[in-house]
Every structure is written in C-alpha cells, then in structure tokens.
Design a protein around this ligand. Structure first.
Ligand code: PLP
Length: 437
C-alpha cells in the first residue's frame, strides 16, 4: 500500500470539480457531499472503492469511514454483491413486472425485522419515509406528524420542517419552496425529552397521525435514546391513538441482523428502511402491521408507486448483502473495532488537551469536539465546527476519509481491520497535535 506524504496532490480532483460546477448545481448531486461545512475546499473526487478504502482520481488512498453515508456495511465492491448484480444485469435490470428477486428480498426483510408483517419496496429512503407518513395519515384519518429536531428523514416537503418557537405547533421549513400548508401539520420536538412529547400529545394528540423517529439517531451525529425513552414514546403515541414510525433507513441491519427497534425492545407500527438493504444500489422499504399495509394501493386507497421500485439490481444487491451479514455475522467484530477506535480517539483528545466526546452505537460513532455530552440537536450544534473542520482537513491529508460534516457518523465496515484502525489512530494523533499547535 502506498504511503502518503503530508501534502497530498489533488490536481485531478480540482479539475473534475471545476467541470462538475459548470453542469451540476453546486458541483454535487447531494449537498452532503460538498465540503462547505468543513471550510469549502473542493470535495475529493473519488475514482473507486476497494474494501475499506477509497481511491481518488489522483490515486491517493483513504481509509473510508463514510460508507457512502451508511449503505456500505460490507465495504466497497464485495465480491458476492458484485457477482449478484453482474448476473442480474445480464438478465435484464428492469422488467416492470413482479419478479423473484424482489419477492425474495421482501421475504427476507419480513423474516428478519420484528413487527414487519408486510413491506413495500421503494427506490430511496426519502420515499420510504414519505410513504410511511402518508400511510399513517390514511390509516388514522389524522394529519399532524410529530418528529424530532435535527433528525433527517429525507427531503420530502413535510420532512424539511423544524420546530417553531416555544410550544408552537406550527412548523417552519429548513428549505425554501416548502409551503405553509405542509409545514403547519408538522411538529418538531427536542429528542430525548419525554416530558415535552407528553405535553404536546396531551394538547393535540387526537390530531396526530404518527410520531416519527430514528430509534438511534444518526443525523445529528449518533445519539442514543435515553433508557426507557423509546418505550415511553411508544406508550404515549398509542395512548393518543397515533402510530409509531421508526425511520430505520440508517439503523436497520447496521447494529445486528434486524432492526434497531428490536435490539432496543420497542417495535413500531411502521418502519421505513433503506441504505444497507440495497447493498449500495438505490433501495428503500416501508412496512409493518398487516392491517395498516392493507390501506396501500391496489388493496386500499393510499396511493404509492415507483417505476424503479424493487428493481432486480437493487433487490439482488440487497439480498447478497443480507446473506453475507446473516452468514458471517461481522457485527461483534465491527463493534469491537469501532469501540477500539472511539476509545483511542477520546484518549488522544484528552492527551492533546482537546475537549471531546463520543457517542457510539455498535459500528457507528460520532466524535464531537468542544462538548462533553450530546443527547439532542441543541447540544450537537454546540460542537466546535472550527475544530471539526480542521480535523477533517488534516485527516484527509493523512488518508482518512470522514463525512464532511460534524453531524455525521463514522461507520466501520466489515472490511475494516486492526491495521486500518491503527493507521487511523496514528493519523488522529498527528491531526490533533496539529490542531493544538
Ligand atoms: N432517513 C434517514 C434516517 C436518513 O439518514 C436518510 C438519508 O440519509 C433518509 C431517510 C433518506 O434516504 P435517501 O437519501 O435514500 O432518500
């Protein structure tokens, strides 16, 4: 493996990004890929992935902790996934009819995910959440949705709403172009604050169609639920006659072979899933109780569709990924490596005189600079953006690719080993020393 110098040449990336900017809005096809949150440097343009590594267009190699924002639990180009996709491609990537691989994937999801009695495959996590919310509204005949501040649930209009001030039940959108008619039915509350949820449900509970949350939050950095929080949330939600939806787009199959809800002992009425279940190809799914799924067209009156939904390529990539996870059970090993790395990072931070904290769930964790506890979005926002940006840049030059935002997770994949972890620790040691110079 080529060793890196501390000054990395990225001329190819600069050239490609100049081209990108002239034809793609902002040069990126998803804003999370931009480097704006970490100082605005052009992002690195990657050529390919190999196992736990990314290789850029200039040939520089990076240990990958992005995992493409979560799907790549098996690392890049796992041979079983590649072979499954190659074969499916040869047999026709899209048929527009029912076919065995989508049915097999649905069967496997129903088998593995507790409380998932029926499922509908979609093409993205955004659609999965959007459809689950529509279904909750159809089933309950109610309109209001409760979600939590700082939680990302995809980019459908209603999900781009954060809390209004005080106890307001009128949301305001984080994005231009979302009409007031949409935001007025979405209430965003602080995560891990059961009293606040109880208070709002006692006031407007009879109008609430669903309470939507990630069981373990992945999008304000990793934030674990306080003990008992999810169970109380489920109890209050059901007492109000509303449905509980777990957005497991990141968490399903990330921590064990099944849902995070099952791991934590709370089963929702509906799930939304994505990422890992598509094995790196476009995929999502929503589902849950059969009596609720009966409302979905063509059986029921809740319409949802998709030309590419359940396509053969995504289905076989998802199936191959799940098969490897089921047969090889890489979870304990990934957890151990993530724990080793997170613990070492905390020790290093202390040694270099940096205030830092880590939230970890299994193989995913977030290192927050400048703050000792993060249990909600307000606390996550207090993390030091400048220190993270400096750390991100220094780690990149050390050959370690972190998500370009202080609100994202580091994901350890099944392809990471002790060597990658050790190299990362050494890189972090030098990066933190540099920050404190
Ligand atoms: N829900 C969660 C928890 C997510 O993290 C994401 C994406 O990051 C989504 C939904 C949206 O998924 P997609 O990007 O596939 O539309």
């Amino acid at each position: 493996m080529r060793e890196r110098s501390s000054v990395v040449e990225r001329d190819g990336s600069y050239t490609w990004f100049e081209r990108a900017k002239s034809v793609i809005a902002g040069g990126v096809n998803s804003p999370a890929r931009s480097f704006r949150a970490v100082g605005g440097d052009p992002p690195v343009v990657m050529d390919r992935g190999e196992g736990a590594w990314l290789i850029d267009v200039d040939g520089n190699r990076y240990i990958d902790y992005l995992a493409a924002f979560g799907p790549l639990i098996l690392g890049h180009s796992h041979p079983q996934v590649v072979e499954a996709v190659r074969q499916a491609m040869a047999e026709g990537p899209l048929l527009g009819t029912p076919h065995p691989s989508e049915i097999r994937l649905a069967e496997e999801l129903v088998r593995a995910v507790q409380g998932l009695e029926q499922v509908r495959l979609t093409t993205t996590g955004t659609e999965a959440v959007m459809s689950a919310v529509r279904l909750a509204r159809a089933f309950t005949g109610r309109t209001k949705v409760i979600k939590f501040e700082g939680a990302y649930h995809g980019h459908s209009d209603a999900m781009l709403v954060k809390a209004g001030s005080g106890a307001s039940t009128i949301g305001t959108a984080d994005s231009l172009g979302v009409p007031q008619g949409v935001t007025q039915d979405v209430v965003s509350l602080p995560y891990n604050d059961i009293e606040r949820l109880e208070e709002v449900l006692s006031r407007i509970g009879d109008q609430v169609a669903c309470v939507l949350t990630e069981p373990i939050v992945g999008n304000m950095g990793i934030v674990n639920p306080a003990p008992g929080y999810l169970q109380k949330m489920a109890d209050l939600t059901h007492k109000a006659g509303a449905l509980l939806i777990f957005d497991e787009v990141i968490t399903a199959f990330r921590f064990h072979y099944g849902s995070a809800g099952a791991l934590l002992g709370v089963i929702p009425d509906l799930y939304a899933m994505g990422k890992i279940i598509g094995g790196g190809l476009p995929a999502g799914a929503y589902g849950g109780r059969r009596d609720i799924m009966d409302y979905v067209a063509p059986l029921g009156g809740m319409f949802q569709a998709g030309t590419l939904a359940g396509n053969p390529l995504s289905s076989v990539a998802g199936l191959a990924t799940l098969q490897v996870l089921r047969e090889e059970n890489p979870y304990p090993r990934m957890d151990r490596l993530a724990n080793d790395l997170a613990t070492a990072l905390l020790h290093l931070a202390a040694r270099h005189g940096l205030v830092a904290s880590v939230n970890r769930a299994g193989s995913g964790f977030t290192l927050f600079f400048g703050t000792e506890t993060v249990q909600n979005y307000t606390q996550a926002q207090q993390a030091d953006a400048g220190q993270f940006a400096a750390f991100h840049r220094l780690m990149l030059n050390e050959g370690v690719y972190l998500a370009p935002s202080r609100y994202e997770a580091w994901f350890v994949s099944a392809q990471h080993g002790p060597d990658e972890i050790e190299r990362t620790v050494q890189a972090a040691d030098r990066a933190m020393a540099h920050i404190m110079q």
